[in-house]
Design a protein around this ligand. Structure first.
Ligand code: ADP
Ligand code: MG
Length: 611
């Protein structure tokens, strides 16, 4: 019988390998961006069309390639990054398998333009399904531009397997963030279908995180830093009160490369012990730096899982470092109460009538390991807190008083402004222009006014989509709004939905809309500001995504129109909010999953008074 074993043709071998390296557009994005990093680029641009299904392009200003290297880069196992097996253990660059470009070229139409720094001319190479279509000299900027068109065009099974654009885009955004966050000294931009999704100038890690997640992160981040022989740890954790019920943002970067590691995740999560509500997750952005010789990163093709030599030691360092940071920023509770304690310590009205921003008290000497002094310290600070509470009350009469006999009747009485309310079942009280306190049968409940209103508006907007109509009020003097091209395209795409919410907008020449009407109930809003806020929020949601157009728009609308924390509410307004909230399908959380209501039972209170 004849021999039957044959070597596979390269193109087939590459297609098979491609299945491992490129599962979806996001994997190609990752490979191209990592190559750009390895090339020493200071600026990396990502351009994507149709969630990467039509085009993925990465333009860098890195070292570029010679004509021969450019051609070679598409060969399998072609890499400039390792020469011998030993190098594998000292690797600090991103790639090294020399497979990515060969794989990508096997399953797409690829164009490479590259020029080395100082060269007169560059080279352009076109490859389709591993087949060279063109190679020529060309003029091109220094660095490399790599375009992948029609990914999986010749592997229909894979192409059909791709998810909707919004899901694939979400994956691309994830990969983009994983590269952009640990490299803040490099400038990144990201355009999707002509919309700028990210524009991240070079800066430090904090600025980068704000660029990626929004400026609100400025006040949410707690710095973390520790150097030991085994591991250097640097980065930020998010203050516990901003933790998320969904997984939140968890980023470990090992030697600047994104990794997943459930063991180390546990170390962080446990450092937050008792600071987080039980169903919340810690969010963190932590850069770990270890000697590459002590890790094995080559155990998984997509290289997000890593084996450490000193896993246990790193676990312990990580946990203690984060505990220390949380402690220094006085985030760890100093009272023996549980988390809700701070609620009770708040005076209902500040002594001087002026509401101040809470400040973070830093205790640089705090050391969580000084266990022998710990309980003593805690005792002292408990006493100090207690004394503070006592003097405040003494000076200012009891601002908030729960009288025993009244508690027995299950009613709350607020004693302020000389206006003594009788125990009335529907009594509401606004706390710090932020929370609504209301009496319930078993005790009292606290409603977050902004979150509650977001829930109400969100459901109202979703309903208006169903009915395709919503109350609109016409503007006496229609205003025009001029947008940048990206935003203009976005609004055009959303015009039907925006009008369904109650706006009345129409196109008015280049990049301009005219606003004839705005949703009813928004009377004290400026129409331009309102629409601008909506677009901004929509774009931000687009990044956080997970949702479709309507859902996103409803959330954006709810967010930008909701009454904010800090707004004084009348009794009537509070009652309306409570009534409307409880008429909602899902009153207990905001559209983004934060709690809107929390309740306190009389037993809770009794326990606090050691009854
Ligand atoms: P690897 O990154 O594992 O080496 P790739 O297939 O991703 O393998 O790339 C092959 C080679 O092509 C790289 O080793 C590098 O020398 C070269 N290369 C790829 N992308 C770029 C780029 N953007 N700039 C300069 N050289 C590049
Ligand atoms: Mg590579």
């Amino acid at each position: 019988m004849a021999d039957i074993i044959q070597l596979l043709p390269d193109s087939v071998a590459n297609q098979i390998a491609a299945g491992e390296v490129v599962q979806r557009p996001a994997s190609a994005v990752k490979e191209l961006m990592e190559n750009a990093l390895d090339a020493g680029a200071k600026s990396i641009k990502l351009i994507v069309k149709d969630a990467g299904k039509t085009l993925i392009q990465v333009i860098d200003n890195g070292c570029g390639m010679s004509e021969t290297d450019a051609r070679m880069s598409f060969e399998r196992h072609a890499t400039s990054k390792i020469r011998k097996a030993d190098d594998l253990f000292a690797i600090r660059t991103m790639g090294f398998r020399g497979e990515a470009l060969a794989s990508i070229a096997a399953i797409a139409q690829v164009e490479l333009k590259t020029k080395r720094i100082g060269d007169e001319l560059g080279v352009r190479i076109e490859i389709e399904g591993s087949e060279l279509k063109a190679q020529e000299v060309c003029s091109t900027p220094e660095g490399t531009s790599f375009s992948i068109k029609n990914l999986f065009y010749n592997v229909p099974a894979r192409r059909n397997f791709l998810k909707t654009d919004s899901v694939e885009l979400r994956h691309i955004i994830d990969e983009f963030q994983r590269v952009a966050i640990p490299n803040p000294e490099i400038e990144f931009t990201f355009h999707h279908n002509n919309t700028e999704i990210f524009n991240l100038p070079a800066g430090n890690l904090k600025q980068r995180l704000m660029g990626v997640f929004g400026n609100s992160y400025n006040s949410r981040l707690v710095p973390v830093e520790e150097n030991t022989d085994i591991v250097k740890i640097k980065g930020f954790v998010i203050k516990p009160e901003f933790s998320k019920r969904t997984r939140g943002e968890q980023f470990f970067f090992l030697n600047k490369r994104f990794i997943k590691n459930s063991y180390l995740h546990h170390a962080v999560q446990s450092a937050f012990e008792q600071l987080l509500p039980s169903d919340s997750f810690a969010s963190y952005f932590l850069m770990l730096d270890v000697n590459p010789k002590t890790i094995d990163i080559n155990i998984h093709p997509t290289k997000t899982e890593v084996k450490f030599e000193d896993e246990k030691a790193i676990y312990a360092f990580l946990r203690s470092t984060i505990k220390k940071s949380l402690g220094q920023f006085n985030i760890a509770p100093s009272l023996d109460f549980d988390q809700e304690a701070h609620l009770y310590n708040m005076p209902l009205k500040p002594v001087d009538g002026i509401i101040k921003q809470p400040t973070i008290k830093v205790d640089p000497t705090y050391n969580p390991f000084k266990t022998e002094n710990f309980s003593k310290e805690k005792e002292l600070s408990n006493r100090a807190n207690w004394e503070k509470m006592y003097t405040r009350h003494a000076n200012n009469q009891l601002e908030f008083e729960i009288k025993k006999e009244e508690t027995e009747q299950q009613s709350i009485s607020a004693d302020w402004d000389g206006d003594l309310h009788e125990s009335a079942p529907k009594i509401t009280y606004q706390l710090h222009n932020k929370y609504i306190l209301s009496h319930i049968k078993t005790g009292f409940m606290v409603i977050d006014q902004q979150g509650a209103h977001e829930r109400i508006l969100y459901e109202r907007v979703m309903e208006s989509f169903e009915k395709n109509k919503s109350a609109s009020q016409q503007e006496l003097f229609p205003k025009t709004i001029e947008l940048n091209t990206a935003d203009f395209t976005l609004v055009k795409e959303l015009q039907t939905e925006i009008n369904a919410i109650g706006f009345d907008i129409s196109e008015f020449g280049k990049n301009t809309f005219v606003i004839h009407g705005i949703p009813a109930d928004t009377s004290d809003c400026d129409s331009v500001t309102l629409l601008e806020g909506l677009i901004e929020r929509y774009k931000q949601n687009l990044i956080e995504l997970k949702s479709n157009k309507r859902e996103n728009l409803a959330r954006a609308m709810a967010h930008s129109m909701a009454i904010k924390s800090g707004k004084y509410l009348t009794q009537e307004e509070m009652s309306t909010i409570i009534d409307e909230l409880f008429a909602c399908k899902m009153p207990y959380s905001t559209p983004s999953g934060k709690a809107t209501i929390t309740t306190f039972s009389l037993e809770d209170l009794d326990r606090r008074f050691n009854k």
